[in-house]
Design a protein around this ligand. Structure first.
Ligand code: FAD
Length: 448
């Protein structure tokens, strides 16, 4: 059977279910014009993807296969392949956000399309309530996932050696040929990250929220693009468990990724619209510009935005503080923040980003209650006590005492050089946000 293997979120040879498929194979990767054309010319995420796609090609060649690399619209590219050679089917791993699903439906009109399951631990409809409906709350989802977890979820996909490569022009393309330039992406390799994380995994629960030193795995980019398979990571975790380490807290976070993927799969409209409440922030271009330029005058928020702009990374706790400030203190629509993150995050993943923003805004499927508003000063005091993180990204504040940078009143009073006063007073802004949400709750109550 002549089969196109379409690599998307699974850019590796090792333990890849796609490569356990026995057939005559034409492996392809497409830089999708629809996604790529929106990115800046020096997008570091694209440089990362380009690098790993080239490595994938070399690794496939070493196994007697190859990879044809394209830029353009998937339907047009696949049509043009079908015009050149006869193909029986396309095989790809599931990609479940709304755009990806629609794209795959269109491709499936051209040729038989088979989805394999390799992107997540569980299939998107595997963890369901007893009545067959999707979970909307994380804890029961997590509990159910533990009861359904079995050795099959750890099984390694073996490379099928009996497959053959279909003769084809296995070209490659340069980043420049579709308008991009190479930029240092700063993503560390998987072995380095796992070796580092092995030192911290036993402390994960206690230290994962500390901002100034990284106690988390930093594996999200590799999980996003499948340079590390989720089952590979789970087997690594099992080894740590055998050493007597409590791996449960880390596993729980991996299940969050599953939960968000399942929510976006079952409720695709949450990509644009609130799940709860009709209140959706107030559009204000000026406030948004202050935020994007890291000039809100709230040190932990501005430090987070600068880290994101300069590296494409941001610690989970900082993401939570920043998103809360954006949606509650600045009262901006969560969709604007989600879009901003999507442009800059190296690990951008539609499901995790959208659902996390809706969680922060209090509008999501299993959200933070709208009346619980993070105080960014208390957050920085707790998680960046000595302000090492703040001062790393805002060196103009090096001379200011840590306790003053956690003190809103001081910042409102002080005339700091090269740093603005806070653009909002937290207490007042939080009150305004809570009132706005409360009114919407009332609307919903009256409507019922
Ligand atoms: C506003 C906001 C936006 C976010 N956007 C993204 C995004 O676009 N892509 C993304 O991968 N994560 C996103 N997250 C979740 C989380 O911040 C990152 O997964 C985490 O910071 C990645 O760092 P790590 O690999 O060191 O995580 P670790 O703590 O080492 O966790 C291991 C893995 O578990 C998963 N994970 C951990 N926490 C979460 C979580 N809260 N939600 C979903 N998955 C999780 C990730 O795949 C992560 O790599 C977002 C969180 C917030 C609050």
């Amino acid at each position: 059977m002549k089969t196109i293997l379409w690599f998307r979120r699974d850019l590796r040879v090792e333990d890849n279910i796609l490569l356990s498929f026995k057939a005559d194979l034409l492996p392809i990767f497409i830089f999708d014009e629809h996604i790529v054309s929106k990115l800046p010319r020096d997008d570091r995420r694209l440089s990362f993807i380009y690098e790993v796609v080239c490595k994938l090609k070399a690794d496939l060649q070493a196994k007697g296969l190859d990879l044809a690399i394209f830029y353009g619209k998937p339907t047009e590219i696949i049509s043009s392949i079908l015009e050149k050679i006869s193909i029986d089917k396309i095989v790809a791993c599931g990609d479940y956000d709304a755009y990806a699903k629609q794209r795959d439906i269109e491709v499936s009109r051209l040729v038989e399309f088979e989805y394999l399951h390799g992107t997540y631990i569980f299939k998107p409809d595997e963890i369901l309530k007893d009545d067959g409906l999707p979970y909307k709350v994380f804890t029961p989802f997590y509990k159910k996932s533990k009861t359904l977890f079995s050795p099959s979820h750890l099984a390694k996909s073996e490379f099928e050696t009996k497959s053959h490569l279909i003769p084809f022009e296995y070209n490659t393309i340069s980043l420049e040929s579709f308008g991009f330039i190479n930029k240092a992406h700063g993503v560390e390799d998987i072995d380095t990250l796992l070796d580092k994380f092995a030192l911290h995994v036993s402390d994960y629960q206690a230290k994962r929220d500390i901002i100034d030193t990284n106690y988390t795995s930093s594996l999200s980019v590799h999980l996003r693009f499948g340079t590390l398979g989720i089952k590979q990571l789970l087997r690594w975790l099992v080894e740590r468990k055998k050493e007597g380490i409590d791996t449960e807290p880390f596993f729980r976070q991996l299940v969050f990724r599953e939960f968000y993927a399942s929510l976006l799969y079952h409720f695709p409209y949450v990509a644009q619209r609130n799940f709860n409440y009709s209140f959706n922030g107030i559009e204000d271009e000026e406030k948004f510009a202050l935020f994007c330029e890291a000039k809100t005058g709230v040190p932990i928020v501005d430090a987070g935005v600068l880290e994101l702009l300069q590296t494409g990374k941001m610690h989970n706790r900082v993401r939570m503080i920043v998103a809360s400030f954006f949606t509650k203190d600045l009262l901006l629509p969560w969709q604007w923040g989600e879009q901003f993150f999507s442009l800059h995050l190296l690990d951008y993943d539609a499901a995790s980003n959208i659902l996390s923003w809706q969680w922060s805004a209090g509008t999501g499927v299993d959200p933070q209650p709208y009346f619980r508003v993070f105080n960014p000063y208390l957050q920085s005091k707790k998680f960046d006590k000595d302000t090492f993180y703040i001062k790393k990204w805002l060196p103009q504040l090096l001379h200011v005492k840590a306790k003053d940078l956690h003190n809103e009143e001081f910042l409102l009073r002080a005339n700091l050089q090269n740093y603005p006063k806070p653009s909002v007073v937290h207490k007042e802004a939080a009150k305004k946000a809570i009132n706005a949400f409360r009114l919407t709750c009332k609307d919903i109550y009256v409507a019922k």
